[in-house]
Design a protein around this ligand. Structure first.
Ligand code: ATP
Ligand code: MG
Length: 400
């Protein structure tokens, strides 16, 4: 949708503008609408203070949440959609990541603290674009430039280094800005001061983009990537993408083969860390020629979505000459197969008079190994009979 269409047709936005006529669309949504791309978040800015914004919107009957009052942001939900409205700001002090801000009524000042010229435009309710730093021309020429001096802007906030590469990959920048690259070459060490969470959020958004291989190589060349993954396997990463692997951020990150300590530094969730561990485990796990029993065995140990992701890693590492079609067929089989569940539970053994404790656990485990080795097809009674044949484990004298 074009910017003009959006401004004149979006009914929720028009309701908002009835009450906050001075507010303007800002940042990413203006950029994306100028490119006729779909917008996800609609951000607005306004010269009124957050308290006044809240008052006005509440009086108009809209739901309003103080989502970031300290930064001047309130969120209003209109027709089920969230709009972030932030008071115009200027930086008072910066410390390499966070700024102390003051409210202002100067639109240019607010634009000047934004990172890139293409992100610094605003659009008013009449559809007029306010472009203080040549953002439209840069967008048309696919140029990504810092607002102001690159070095100064990076020293204010080192996250901008990673944002630079993210937008570079996203907008197919023809020739990366030399001033920006020079500043990044000098200042890449500032990345070490960013929190793991922020680094993770950015790198996960970079690796899923189609142009990630090129941009990651550039990040490596200028010294940025080694702060995140010390010895990234860029060849493997590119090869994985060339096979058509899905844009799954954890799969893409795993394909760089980050060592465990480096994954830990990113402070991902336990689930994400486990998945990356599973994907980067050295042992080759999957064989597309596996028979059904082997597939069931694999499925009894890991869910199909995990195995599917792992299959992309194994395919990329495969030197046997197995065709892509075979790997694809293998994934189809994997996802069509029912996940087997080991039928025997501790309770079944207790019912047979076995006493609770370690030996019960050992019998269960041994029976599960037997069940798996036989292809995960035996039912409860077969498993129970096998469990009871295991000698040397303590058994209650008799059930009471
Ligand atoms: P996306 O579509 O990825 O959300 P975006 O441009 O909307 O892209 P956000 O992170 O949502 O990016 O930020 C919204 C706007 O806030 C940006 O367009 C930019 O103007 C400004 N901004 C965000 N982060 C920074 C930063 N670290 N330094 C300066 N300006 C920033
Ligand atoms: Mg955004």
């Amino acid at each position: 949708m074009s910017l003009g269409q959006f401004v004149s047709h979006d009914t929720a936005l028009k309701k908002l503008w009835q009450h906050l006529p001075q507010a303007r669309l800002v940042g990413g949504c203006v950029r994306d609408l100028l490119l006729n791309l779909p917008v996800h978040d609609v951000d607005l800015a306004t010269p009124q203070s957050p308290e006044v914004v809240m008052q006005i919107l509440e009086a108009a009957g809209f739901k309003v949440y103080a989502t970031g009052l300290r930064h001047g942001t309130v969120t209003s939900v209109i027709d089920g959609r969230a709009f972030e409205i932030t008071t115009l700001r200027r930086d008072v002090t910066t410390d390499g990541r966070h700024a102390v801000v003051a409210w202002t009524d100067d639109w240019r000042e607010d634009a000047a603290r934004r990172d890139f010229t293409i992100n610094a435009m605003s659009c008013d309710r009449a559809g007029q674009v306010h472009d203080y730093f040549n953002g439209q021309a840069d967008l048309a020429a696919r140029q990504l430039r810092f607002v102001g001096d690159a070095e100064t802007r990076i020293r204010e906030d080192a996250l901008r280094i990673l944002r630079f590469f993210r937008f570079l990959a996203r907008f197919d920048v023809a020739k990366p800005d030399q001033a920006a690259l020079t500043a990044i070459r000098d200042l890449h060490a500032l990345i070490a001061r960013l929190s793991g969470e922020r680094i993770a959020a950015e790198i996960m958004r970079i690796v899923v983009l189609d142009r990630a291989p090129l941009v990651l190589s550039l990040m490596q060349e200028v010294g940025v990537l080694p702060h995140i993954v010390s010895h990234p396997n860029l060849r493997f990463f590119s090869h994985l993408l060339s096979l058509g692997a899905p844009a799954e951020p954890r799969l893409r990150l795993a394909a760089l083969y980050p060592p465990r300590e480096e994954v830990k530094r990113l402070r991902l969730s336990r689930e994400d860390t486990d998945l990356i561990d599973f994907l980067t485990a050295t042992q080759p796990l999957l064989d597309p020629a596996a028979d059904d029993a082997a597939l069931r065995r694999a499925l009894s140990e890991a869910p199909p979505d995990r195995l599917t992701l792992r299959s992309w890693m194994d395919q990329a590492a495969d030197r046997s000459g197995t065709s892509s079609e075979s790997w694809q067929k293998f994934r189809t089989r994997l996802n069509a197969m029912e996940t087997p569940t080991f039928p025997l539970q501790g309770r079944d053994l207790l019912d047979q008079g076995m006493s609770p404790g370690r030996s019960l656990g050992t019998v269960l485990k041994a029976t599960e190994d037997w069940w798996r080795a036989r292809g995960c097809v035996d039912g409860l009674s077969a498993c129970l009979s096998y469990a009871l044949t295991l000698r040397g484990f303590s058994r209650n004298s008799s059930p009471t």
